[in-house]
Design a protein around this ligand. Structure first.
Ligand SMILES: [Zn+2]
Length: 314
């Protein structure tokens, strides 16, 4: 671990105007927070361990959680297929490949980037290593941008890879959400040290604009994981340090073992607090301060000079 000296988002140096919070420092220049101290490669590897994406192929969540994730990725694939021009689609941080499978089923050529990639349509490479080819129709960062050591450079690379008119999709936790403010250092989606940068909708869309993207849609419904942020936060507010998130994960997908008794108490608390969490999630979504945010942006087509009349030049 070493102290963060510059903002992971805009590169500005930290100084005594930069608020130091638990595990992160806020940039006075752009408002993004950077995980501080910054883990080195080895510490990050250890932080993911074998539990984050268990290799037994059994999935991560109990209680139909994986089925729900699969269904929502199917909806996303349908939407993306409709808004992107014809051509191949790149998923950066493709996980188990659920989104890519849904896109391939729609006839799209797909490539996923993922650490330790095992599939034929996956590459274990940084986005910087990819050739542009004829240009990609879409690049997706589905809850992956916040895991990247150089997120701003990743956006620049996406701009380089996309064909003109191509679509960029980013889903991230929203650091300006009501749940982030209420739960503070306990907020599920801080996920330190795995999340290296913490953005709000405003910091994300500003960064997209500076990389030449035109933001076309901002949604607090599409990015998902809003309910779980509220539910785990409310359960963790009870006495007994209950961890509902780990309780919901399958045994091999847990960061640490959990006793049967504590698991049952956490799950029971989750059931009791479900209506309150649902109400809070609906309220913050309606007020556009949702716990996660989905942004859809486009790389503009080159300006067609032939459309400009001769009188506009003077
Ligand atoms: Zn900054």
């Amino acid at each position: 671990m070493r102290a963060a000296e510059t903002c992971a988002w805009c590169g500005a140096p930290f100084d005594d105007r930069s608020p130091r919070l638990a595990g992160r420092t806020v940039c006075a220049a752009c408002g993004a927070a950077t995980t501080d101290p910054r883990p080195d490669d080895e510490e990050l590897e250890a932080a993911y361990g074998d539990w984050y994406r268990p290799k037994d192929g059994e999935g991560r969540f109990g209680f139909a959680g994986d089925a729900i994730l699969g269904w929502t990725r199917g909806l996303l694939a349908g939407h993306l297929d409709a808004v992107a021009p014809p051509g191949p689609i790149l998923d950066v941080g493709a996980g188990e490949g659920t989104l890519l499978d849904a896109l391939a089923a729609r006839g799209r050529r797909v490539t996923g980037l993922e650490r330790g990639a095992k599939r034929e349509d996956f590459l274990d490479e940084p986005i910087e290593a990819l050739p542009r080819g004829d240009g990609w129709a879409a690049v997706v960062f589905w809850h992956s941008l916040e895991h990247m050591p150089s997120p701003r450079s990743a956006l620049r690379e996406a701009a380089r890879l996309l064909a003109p008119g191509g679509v960029l999709i980013v889903a991230i936790p929203n650091a300006a959400s009501f749940q982030a403010r209420l739960f503070g250092d306990r907020w599920l989606h801080l996920d330190i040290p795995r999340h290296l940068v913490h953005l709000s909708t405003a910091t994300l869309t500003a960064g997209l604009g500076e990389n030449g993207f035109r933001v076309e849609a901002v949604s607090y419904v599409r990015a998902g994981q809003v309910m779980i942020g509220w539910l785990t936060g409310l359960v963790s507010s009870l006495p007994g340090r209950l961890d509902l998130y780990q309780a919901l994960r399958r045994p091999t997908a847990r960061a640490k073992p959990i006793s049967r008794r504590n698991r049952l108490i956490a799950l029971a608390a989750g059931v009791v607090l479900l209506p309150l969490a649902a109400t809070a999630a609906a309220a913050e979504t309606l007020l556009r301060h949702g716990g996660t945010v989905y942004v859809e942006a486009r790389k503009p087509l080159p300006v067609d000079r032939t459309l400009e009349g001769p009188n506009q030049s003077g």
